[in-house]
Write a protein that binds this ligand. Structure first.
Ligand SMILES: NC(=O)c1ccc[n+]([C@@H]2O[C@H](COP(=O)([O-])OP(=O)(O)OC[C@H]3O[C@@H](n4cnc5c(N)ncnc54)[C@H](OP(=O)(O)O)[C@@H]3O)[C@@H](O)[C@H]2O)c1
Length: 301
């Protein structure tokens, strides 16, 4: 029997921020952390969807759930969220960079970046940079970046990060999810070189039944894509199982900074969490630093 929510240590007294907490893996992550006693700030882009999810968890008897409105596509919204969190909580123990969007038609964020790169990578990087000071003095503070098996086919388009030419919906998703694991490892290195005690880990869920694929189909899919998802359907695991790698990375005593967790069966598609392979590009320090510097410039522009 592999690692489950029952194996999670107590989170009493800890404060966690979960992005995209209203549905899917974020909701399961929130539920598990709250069950173990954490105060969870549910960071959601829609106040009404966030409040509905919070109500659902309160109706289950859980407590310690707060709501924060934040649109990761908009760096100004992320800045406002950082201010609110700094004012209201003063310190944080866990940051789960979970929210994500997959394969929409090409759209630009308010600051002019391709939507998936903006939401999945830039927004989370800006959020993390703003929240690290709140985590610095905490014991066992952790940042978990949620990536995907898409990192293995993803490539960084160094000269066209926003896909001005030849936009490919899944290519841009792969780029953003590769960026997530590159960010997690680069953050780990930077924290270590500053002698910070904050840990940075990455996790991916395999393939889990959430709103990610239906939303991708609804926004830009065709019948071939719908058929491919139908054929893959038996492989999908539950959202609860999909959330385990990120929960393991966030809470297991054995999980160390710089590690990457994912399902351990069927080539990383499903099963209990274990350490898993990292895309070669993310193992290249010069590429990680280049992405960090480029992203930093875009965030500060
Ligand atoms: N499910 C899988 O098979 C799978 C596989 C690999 C990786 N992942 C990764 O797992 C993570 C969680 O995805 P999921 O499967 O749980 O998908 P999901 O059910 O679609 O949930 C995605 C969450 O992200 C939020 N979100 C989207 N755009 C946002 C924005 N601009 N600002 C703030 N929040 C935003 C969504 O909010 P709304 O509800 O308001 O849209 C939702 O809460 C993602 O990073 C995804 O890339 C999932």
């Amino acid at each position: 029997m592999g690692w489950t929510v029952d194996d999670m240590p107590s989170q009493e007294g800890r404060i966690a921020v979960v992005t995209g907490a209203n549905i899917g893996l974020g909701l399961e992550t929130t539920r598990a952390l709250a069950q173990k006693g954490a105060t969870v700030v549910m960071a959601c882009r829609s106040k009404s969807r966030g409040e509905a999810a919070r109500r659902q968890l309160l109706d289950e008897g859980l407590t310690g759930l707060d709501l924060l409105e934040m649109d990761l596509a908009d760096l100004r919204s992320v800045e406002r969220a950082i201010d609110v969190l700094s004012d209201q909580y003063g310190h944080l123990d866990l940051l789960l960079n979970n929210a994500g969007v997959m394969a929409p038609p090409r759209q630009l964020s308010p600051q002019g970046h391709e939507l998936q790169f903006a939401v999945n990578h830039l927004g989370h990087m800006a959020l993390t940079q703003g929240l690290l000071p709140l985590m610095a003095s905490q014991t066992d503070a952790r940042v978990v970046s949620v990536t995907s098996g898409a990192q293995y086919f993803g490539a960084i388009r160094w000269d066209d990060l926003s896909w001005a030419k030849g936009y490919d919906r899944y290519g841009a998703y792969g780029q953003s999810k590769l960026a997530n694991v590159m960010f997690a490892l680069e953050l780990h290195n930077r924290l270590q070189s500053e002698n910070s005690s904050v840990k940075s880990l990455a996790a991916h869920p395999g393939i889990a039944r959430t709103n990610l694929q239906p939303a991708a189909l609804a926004s830009g899919g065709n019948r071939w894509e719908a058929m491919a998802y139908r054929l893959m359907d038996p492989l999908f695991q539950s959202a609860g199982m999909g959330a385990l790698p990120q929960l393991h990375a966030a809470t297991a005593a054995s999980a160390q900074s710089g590690e990457h967790y994912g399902p351990s069966q069927l080539g990383g598609l499903r099963g209990s969490p274990g350490q898993c392979r990292i895309a070669p590009t993310a193992l290249d320090p010069s590429k990680r630093q280049r992405l960090w510097d480029l992203s930093d410039q875009l965030i500060r522009a």
